[in-house]
Ligand binder design. Structure first.
Ligand SMILES: Nc1ncnc2c1ncn2[C@@H]1O[C@H](COP(=O)(O)OP(=O)(O)OP(=O)(O)O)[C@@H](O)[C@H]1O
Ligand SMILES: [Mg+2]
Length: 381
């Protein structure tokens, strides 16, 4: 496999036509694969990230998020395919020659150096004049609300403050694309939520493109304009948080994003009104039929916990409900979670916001569960 960075025979990058460079994509990933020996870290991935977008890569450990980010930043070379930044092919361009900057999964700050020197490091390496460095360090620390911390050593800071230093260091060059690899991963929940707010504020005020890696679906939902859900080197679905949450296209996405009942089943009927019936282990679900669906086709269906209501009218005959016994009731603060089991042995979970009716239901009770066909997703893969 040739490596475009070290392969001297690679022709120089051809300057793109101006109309390409002024296009709306900040980053274009074209047919990119990456192999580490036998391991396929990314398998023929293509997509675009718009200028100024807050774009998240979401997926489980080992799915290829860091590898993709490192290739955009120039720390890793694609085995195949192209990455364009602002319309220009990046092949052969080292990290410092790209309009990107990266916050690494493990912050990579210099622990014994001061906050000031950590933030100034990149500019000093570029031999920028001292007074300009001072001005930029001051601005960057102000941006992340660490004014007055310049003299502190890194190992005298809290986790959240270290994150801010890493952000200031990445922002000091005003990169057009900021690459953030699980920047909040090591923080406790309280601080994590606070830093999510800070990041959103920074993104709004700076207007740069943010590419944010996380394995936390709630975080991706809360922060992003669009999300790419990844698994095993593939991108399974790209969309707005609403798209991904409400219309997952695969079983993996439905399972990974949100709290969802997922069942394997078989299509038993397709109606003229665009609805269909899917039978899953003795329970029938009425759903909106995707185009091209056939009777007898094996599919999975997904219905979110909060879309299964507890006190709805019983409609098991037409596939919009069933009766079940509560096996476990949990109080989750703003709502109750009921785990139930039907007479056929199908386990269904229902999240119900606090109401007097929900309060009265106890473990062992028989309840009527109901759902709307529009809330049941048919998953073809
Ligand atoms: N330098 C490397 N050499 C060999 N294999 C690698 C290397 N870097 C990554 N991999 C493999 O490539 C795959 C993707 O790794 P990557 O670090 O991109 O995952 P990730 O999605 O960032 O995971 P995490 O959430 O744990 O950080 C994994 O199977 C990993 O073991
Ligand atoms: Mg990673």
């Amino acid at each position: 496999m040739t490596d475009p960075v070290s392969d001297v025979s690679t022709p120089p990058t051809v300057a793109p036509a101006p109309e390409m460079a002024t296009g709306n994509a900040a980053v274009e990933i074209r047919d990119v694969s990456k192999w580490f020996g036998e391991v396929t870290a990314l398998d023929n991935v293509s997509f675009e990230i718009g200028r100024g977008e807050f774009f998240s890569l979401l997926g489980p450990s080992g799915c290829g998020k860091t590898t993709l980010l490192r290739m955009i930043g120039g720390f890793e070379t694609p085995s195949e395919g192209q990455i364009l930044i602002d319309g220009v092919d990046t092949a052969g361009a080292p990290p410092y020659a790209r309009s990107t900057n990266m916050i690494f999964q493990h912050l990579a700050l210099f622990p014994h150096m001061s906050v000031h020197d950590n933030v100034a490091f990149g500019l000093k390496m570029k031999r920028i004049e001292d007074n300009i460095v001072e001005q930029k360090v001051h601005q960057a620390l102000e941006l992340v609300r660490l004014e007055g911390y310049g003299g502190r050593k890194i190992d005298q800071l809290s986790g959240g403050q270290k994150q801010r230093v890493a952000m200031a260091r990445a922002l000091i060059n005003d990169p057009s694309v900021l690459l953030l690899d699980e920047p909040l991963g090591a923080l406790d929940l309280q601080l994590r939520l606070q830093m999510q707010d800070e990041l959103r504020r920074l993104h709004k005020s700076l207007g740069n493109t943010f590419i944010f890696v996380t394995h936390d679906q709630g975080e991706a939902m809360a922060m992003s304009d669009r999300i790419a859900v990844m698994d095993q080197g593939h991108i399974l679905q790209i969309g707005t948080p609403e798209d991904i949450y409400e219309a997952p296209r695969t079983r993996f996405v439905a399972d990974f994003v949100g709290h969802t009942n997922v069942f394997d089943g078989r299509v038993s009927q397709i109606d003229d009104n665009g609805e269909c019936l899917v039978v899953c282990g003795g329970l029938t679900f009425r759903c909106i039929a995707p185009t091209g669906l056939a009777v007898e086709q094996p599919v999975s269906i997904a219905v979110r916990f909060e879309d299964v209501t507890l006190d709805g009218t019983l409609g098991s005959a037409d596939g919009t409900g069933c009766s079940a016994t509560v096996t476990e009731k949990m109080y989750l603060g703003g709502m109750f979670r009921f785990e139930t089991r039907t007479a056929e042995g199908v386990a269904l979970t229902s999240d119900v916001t606090n109401s007097d009716a929900a309060r009265l239901v106890a473990e062992g009770d028989t309840v009527n569960l109901a759902w709307r066909p529009t809330n049941v997703s048919v998953l073809l893969e």
